[in-house]
Design a protein around this ligand. Structure first.
Ligand code: PLP
Length: 420
């Protein structure tokens, strides 16, 4: 097999120095305080090097060529799949490359969904879903005249389990939920929800987009049917995502996109399909991107997902503490669970008297990058009774100095908008 990224054990401090954008860009002599990894993470050198190596040393099309260069490229692509699958406790057959998490969820909605959801059936979502785990199910339910219902979110930012049980008692076909909310930071008890949903006869899809980059995820423990995530939030390139699916379901599902590579035979009027996961990977694959994602997973493993998780939880705790105790945090309402140990690596908040876009703009003018808006979660914004929030999210490269910059920046927001 051709050489891969060659990651070795890396300390958090060393890892933090491995992001070219953060090395190359500064702001008025200060480093950029990049607090937007929940939108997209920065890319470590190892990922860029792995992709460059494909383009400069191994470039060829995969799967079809038998000459050495093509075999190397195929090994790199399939090797990435093997390492990604084994990292999360999945198998090669159950690990499908997609364009992103959105494409992965749509694939399930169009294939499993169109074969298994009919008129009057119930599909259960939660109020804290990203649009990519809402709209595909709306399209399915409209198409099939099926019903969509949402598990409510309590004032504590946690799902209402009694309401879930009531919905499960109605025998839904599917329960689709997010693992870690991109707005509230809530970490949902996926294994226990999956158990209850399975007892009720439902198939379970989990959007693991925010979970995979920041906490240990072991799919056999979660025992869900589909688990979707995206590469660009997990230190990987854009344009690549993953759908892990239970083999028996993937075998039964019709293909999503038809074309090259996904077939076994093509006759004039019909075709047969190749084995998993190729059946769901029509056309020329995102070869460099898959190789890059494999390198990202190697890199995360070299740093250690437990170390990453502990580091980010400490930064969340520091941020919550500073927002609650400092003069800069006056008038701030934090959304989601209040204990850092119960949330993912982000803090969304509103500040009385300030629009989130103004906050983000003023923070940005001081080199502090945070996201403002509805975060592709309009139903959740309505539930929270706010049009938008400001969100600071953390990754390997962040430090307490970034929290300092955020809090100082809020002081600047207060002065600029004359909130005091
Ligand atoms: C929780 C969650 N799910 C899904 C997505 C969609 O990811 P992508 O646009 O890469 O498909 C996002 C991106 O913001 C997200 O935060």
């Amino acid at each position: 097999m051709a050489a891969v990224s060659g990651a070795s054990a890396v300390s958090l401090a060393d890892a933090a120095a491995q992001f070219p954008v953060l090395r190359n860009r500064s702001f008025d002599g200060l480093p950029v305080a990049y607090l937007d990894s929940a939108a997209t993470s920065q890319t470590p050198d190892a990922v860029i090097e792995a992709m460059t190596s494909y383009y400069t040393e191994h470039r060829a099309s995969i799967h079809r060529g038998v000459y050495p260069l093509a075999a190397e490229a195929t090994d790199l692509y399939e090797g990435a799949r093997e390492r990604i699958a084994s990292w999360l406790g999945s198998t090669v057959q159950e690990t499908v490359f997609t364009a992103n998490a959105t494409a992965a969820i749509n694939m399930v909605a169009y294939t499993w969904g169109r074969s298994n959801v009919g008129r009057g059936d119930l599909v259960v979502l939660t109020e804290m879903e990203h649009h990519s785990n809402i709209v595909p199910w709306q399209l399915l339910c409209q198409d099939r005249e099926a019903e969509l219902a949402y598990v409510p979110v309590g004032d504590d930012g946690v799902l209402d389990m009694d309401a879930l049980d009531e919905l499960l008692a109605r025998g839904p076909r599917l329960v689709a939920l997010v693992h870690v909310s991109n707005v509230l930071g809530t970490v949902n008890p996926v294994a226990s929800i999956a158990r209850r949903a399975h007892d009720a006869g439902a198939v379970v899809l989990v959007d693991g987009t925010q979970a995979v980059p920041q906490m240990p995820v072991w799919l056999p423990d979660l025992d869900v049917d589909f688990y979707a995530w995206t590469g660009h939030k997990a230190y990987g390139p854009t344009g690549i995502g993953v759908l892990h699916g239970r083999r028996a379901l993937l075998e039964e599902m019709p293909p999503f996109i038809g074309g090259g590579h996904m077939i076994r035979t093509v006759a004039a009027n019909e075709s047969t399909w190749t084995d998993l996961p190729g059946k769901f990977e029509a056309g020329t694959s995102q070869i460099a991107e898959a190789i890059g994602l494999g390198a990202a997973v190697d890199w995360i493993q070299a740093v250690g997902i437990e170390a990453i998780h502990a580091h980010e939880q400490a930064l969340v705790a520091e941020t919550l503490d500073r927002l609650a105790s400092s003069s800069e945090g006056r008038g701030v309402t934090v959304q989601g669970p209040l204990a850092a140990s119960e949330r993912g690596a982000l803090v969304s908040f509103t500040l009385e008297g300030a629009h989130p876009h103004d906050i983000s703009d003023i923070l940005g003018s001081g080199g502090v990058c945070v996201r403002a808006g509805h975060h592709c979660a309009q139903p959740l914004m309505r539930r929270l009774g706010v049009p938008a929030t400001t969100r600071a999210s953390f990754a390997v490269h962040n430090s307490v100095a970034d929290v300092d910059r955020l809090i100082e920046g809020l002081g600047r927001v207060r002065r600029t908008l004359r909130l005091d």
